[in-house]
Each structure stands twice: as C-alpha cells, then as structure tokens.
Design a protein around this ligand. Sequence first.
Ligand code: PLP
Length: 435
Amino acid sequence: MQHGLQESLTKQDLSCIWHPCTQMQDHEGNIPLIPIQRAKGAYLYDFNGKAYLDCISSWWVNLFGHCNPYINTKLKEQLESLEHVIFAGFTHRPIIEYSSRLLGLLDSKFQKCFYADNGSSAIEVALKMSFHACVIQSKNTQKRKFLCLENAYHGETIGALSVGDVGIYTDTYKPLLLETLKIKAPVGSEIEESLEQLTQTLKTHKNEIVAFILEPLVQCAGNMNMYDVRFVKEAVEICREFNVYVIFDEVAVGFGRTGSFFAYEQCGVVPDFLVLSKGITGGYLPLSVVVTSDEIYNLFYAPYFTHKAFLHSHSYTGNALALTCANAVLDIFENDDILNKNRVLSGKIWSAMQELKTFNRVRNLRHCGMIFAFDLVGFEGKRKGLEVFNHGLERGLLLRPLGNTIYLMPPYIITEKEAYSIISSLIEILTKIGV
Ligand SMILES: *Cc1c(COP(=O)(O)O)cnc(C)c1O
C-alpha cells in the first residue's frame, strides 16, 4: 500500500535520532528499526500493514491494549477541560481522585502520594526522601548509604544506577555513582545466603544505612529473576530490627503483574516507601508515584524557616492527562475483574509453556503472575536472544529478550488464542535456531 514509506521513515529516523537502550550500529543490519503507523489492542501495525503482537506490553507499560477505547474516551474528555497546571500551590480533580483511590487500595499505613514522571525519577524521590527523613531525625546522621541487591535494576539516572547492578547499564558510570552496599540476590527458593548477608551487613553497617531497596518477587531487568516471597518478608523483618527503612520498587511488578494488585500484598509485609510507575497509565503517558506514611510525611511538616520541606519537583509533576489515564486504568481493574481473569489466563499460558521443556537448552522455565520466562543456556558470548527477536519479528511477534533470557509480559487483554500462537511460534523459532 504505502511501499517505500516504511523504508524512508527508517532512514529519516536514523539520520536524526539516537534511540534508548540501543547500540545504534546494530541498525546497520543486526536489528531492524520499525516505524509503527498505528496500534490496536495487542497489535502494532507498520506502514506496510504488517502486524506485530506486542508480547512485552511495549516495555511492560501497556496493560489494556493500545488505543484502548475506554482510556481514549476519558483522555479526550479531559483534554477539553485541563491538560496541565503547575502542581505547586495548584491542584486538580484527576489527581485528587486518583490519590484517594490509590490509597484506598493500599495498606492503611500508606497515607501520602508524592508524584514524579517516570520510574527512575520516582526512585530518586524515594532515595532522597528516605535520606532526608534520617537527616531530619538526627542532624549529624552518619546514614548516607543504601543497601541493595546484586542483579537489581532501578532505572538509569545516577542515583537509580547506584542502587542497581546490571553491568551493561552501570559499569561505565561506576566512577560517578554513590557508594552503596550490596548483598547477594535471592534466586528462586535459594534465599538463606542472601538473608545471612543481609543480617551481617546490617550488623556491621547499621549506623550508615538509610534504606534497603529491592524489587519484590521479580528482578525484572535482571533477567526476570523470580524469588520466594519468604525472602521479602524476612528481609523486611530484619530491616525493622535494625531500624533501616525499606523501599519497594514496584515500578515493573505493580498493577497486577505478579498476580496480586501489588507484589507486597503476597509478602505479608509493608515497606516504608512504595514506588510505582510503568503500568500506572496503561502505557499512555509517563507518570510515577512514591507512596509513604504520615509518619514520614510529618517529619517534614514544619515552619518554613526550619528548611525541612521536601522540595523535589519536576515541571510536569501531576500532569492532568496522565492522571486521567491512571484513573481510567483503575476503572478497568474494578469493572472488568482483571485480577481474577489474569489468574485463569496465567494458568493456561503456564501449562501451554511446559512444552518448551522438550528443548535441551531451554532452562529455568518460570512464571509469576503475568510474567513468563526461560533461559537459553550453552550460548555464552552468543547473541542467541537476538536471533529469537529477529525470527519473532518475521513471524509478527514483538519479543525483546534480555540477553539470552526470553520472556513474555503480555498486555492483560491478550486472548488465550493469541497466547497459544505466541508459544507455537516460539517452538518453531527455537527449532529453527537449533536450541
Ligand atoms: C523500568 C524500571 C525502572 C525505571 O523506570 P523508567 O520509567 O524506565 O525510568 C525502575 N525500576 C524498575 C524495577 C523498572 O523495571
């Protein structure tokens, strides 16, 4: 139909745009750059009309499909009354409504929402806020270090990178990063050594540590490392003993991804700071929030000249359009019984995936809620995941493996039939590339 347009857009793009998370030279032939004309539900369409099934929710953000009719309607309505307003000294209905709804879904300990506009910025907020809380409580605080897990990912600003440990993102910037303390990450049910290291580190450094930050249940960018709820529960209890704050980064695992609305609900413990983003607007607009207690909030609440205010701000904080999408996302969760439907669907996808075990080099098949993953082993130093990615594109699938870890993190509107077709394509692909 529009032949040539696809190719010419790719060319124009590469002449003026530097893409994220990409070695741009790969676009010389290793990886295509695909202009997308439109999208609907779980499908993206290029300018040749070719469809791609979005198996990874466009980087884990899209919960209810692209161009979702309900979210579109709400967004268009909002667009007619207020798009954005400065969020210091001014406020608006979408954000007031959202904040009270969100708090209503959370443990009663959570009483205040602080907004930012992406996951990394919200991590910065949680790091600064927890440190600042220590400063307020003791002017001469020695507490200035964060404790984190190996293999963690919390985003790519300098503070967020400092508490992360995925080498391809952190290594180059090490000279710039904050000094942190790291302990071994739990893997599956192997949690004892991590707990032991946690206790030892806290014993030795308790007076230096502001907070322990972790991704509860799944280290997503860390190759979908899934681990036992017992680690989260016991780790938080240990931190409590040593009077160290706990930050849960639920940027990726929040909003139903692990089966419960929030991952912490499965763990039987509540953190001091809960960080949410990714699914929050259903993949429409950037937004993030750090939720905390009145106990923390009240530390900062004081006369102006005490200089205790938490001044962190972004120009687009509390964007009314983003908050409108966030409200629409909560509506859909409420109206469409999403969590229960996901439970059924997740079980079916998981059973169908068992067939992948017949491949010799497929290992660690695992799942948690609506996250499914496996590793291709015995290909060290080979970009086997990239082969899967390219064969996936040929077959109309958007997969984007993490190294040689292949995963599915589909939008919740995916049908059983679509899920089965992804798995049969995967079987074809693995056969073809000799796994
Ligand atoms: C994606 C991600 C972030 C960073 O969010 P951005 O919006 O990409 O800055 C932080 N933590 C986790 C667990 C993530 O998956």
